[in-house]
Design a protein around this ligand. Structure first.
Ligand code: NAP
Ligand code: GCO
Length: 267
């Protein structure tokens, strides 16, 4: 097989965190279609059960685990259980994440810490747990789900932007430290995606008008629309496959052109 054209994930074990629904679910589903065995975790059994049912509905036999990515003991136990039950992890997607939209001067330190803990410390703990087996295998793929906020700020998302900016540099540092073991660590930077996390930004207003932020972000996107989780899957498969073995420390933005565009002039 020509590695330069090998997008297959046959025989690979992929762990996608926080993948009961949303972006993680779309990426894991695409990985399954490309031949990977899918493992995912979520914060509680109810969500894991929901995810298992959703994967089964798509004909995917997934392995689900209850695990809080900020809890190192739980993470190490999950990685060991996956190694025993499924196989060592070839592909890790650090997808689990939260956002809090609060003006910074009103945000408590505890709220700030919670976002940093899940969105930045979690990916560190997860990557640290899977890297030893990847070193032993002399191969591995780590994909960190970054954000427009890895590059840009906006009102009310200080903790999230700090976390996602840090995640960009964690991505580059894992690349720097572990590239010698044929481990590639890249970021996937979605633009504005239609998921539960952004639902509040798309709510129809009481007068029936579109949410101001919905109108704003469409004006900032050349295609003048929100993106769908499924539109991230091609780039995600690329970053998980041998086709990207020479790509490392890169943040692949899948944003419909937002970062390139000054925005549409209001009428
Ligand atoms: P989502 O719909 O909120 O899903 C996030 C998932 O992560 C949920 O299942 C959530 O569980 C889980 N999770 C939260 N904290 C966790 C923890 N401590 N341990 C394990 N799982 C945890 O988010 P999404 O829109 O799919 O986003 C997924 C990732 O993409 C996030 O990292 C987000 O920052 C990033 N992103 C999203 C967008 C977008 O426009 N949607 C754009 C760029 C980047 P709960 O249901 O319990 O919270
Ligand atoms: C927000 C949104 C964004 C998206 C995403 C953009 O409040 O601005 O939630 O942060 O989630 O990260 O790439």
């Amino acid at each position: 097989m020509n590695n330069y054209l090998n997008f297959s994930l046959e025989g690979k074990v992929a762990l996608v965190t926080g993948a009961s629904y949303g972006i993680g679910f779309a990426i894991a589903s695409a990985y399954a279609e490309c031949g990977a065995t899918i493992c995912f975790n979520d914060i509680n059994q109810e969500l894991v059960d929901k995810g298992m049912a959703a994967y089964a509905e798509k004909g995917i036999k997934a392995h689900g685990y209850v695990c809080d990515v900020t809890n190192e003991e739980q993470v190490n136990a999950m990685v060991a259980q996956i190694a025993e039950e499924v196989g060592t992890i070839d592909i890790l997607v650090n997808n689990a994440g939260i956002i809090k939209r609060i003006p910074m001067h009103e945000m408590t330190a505890a709220q700030f810490r919670q976002v940093i803990d899940i969105d930045l410390n979690g990916p560190f703990i997860m990557a640290k747990a899977v890297i030893p087996a990847m070193i032993e295998k002399q191969s591995g793929k780590i994909i960190n789900i970054c954000s427009m906020m890895s590059e840009l700020g906006r009102e009310t998302v200080s903790a999230y932007a700090a976390a996602k900016g840090g995640l960009k540099m964690l991505t580059r540092n894992i690349c720097s430290e572990y590239g010698q073991y044929n481990i590639q660590c890249n970021g996937l930077g979605p633009g504005y995606i239609e998921t539960p996390q952004t639902a509040p930004l798309r709510e129809v207003q009481p007068d029936g008008s579109r949410h101001p932020f919905d109108q704003f972000i469409c004006a900032k996107t050349p295609a003048n629309r929100w993106l769908k989780p499924e539109e991230l899957t091609g780039p995600a498969v690329f970053l998980a496959s041998e086709a990207s073995n020479a790509v490392n420390g890169h943040i692949l933005y899948v944003d419909g052109g937002i970062l390139a565009y000054i925005g549409k002039q209001p009428n």
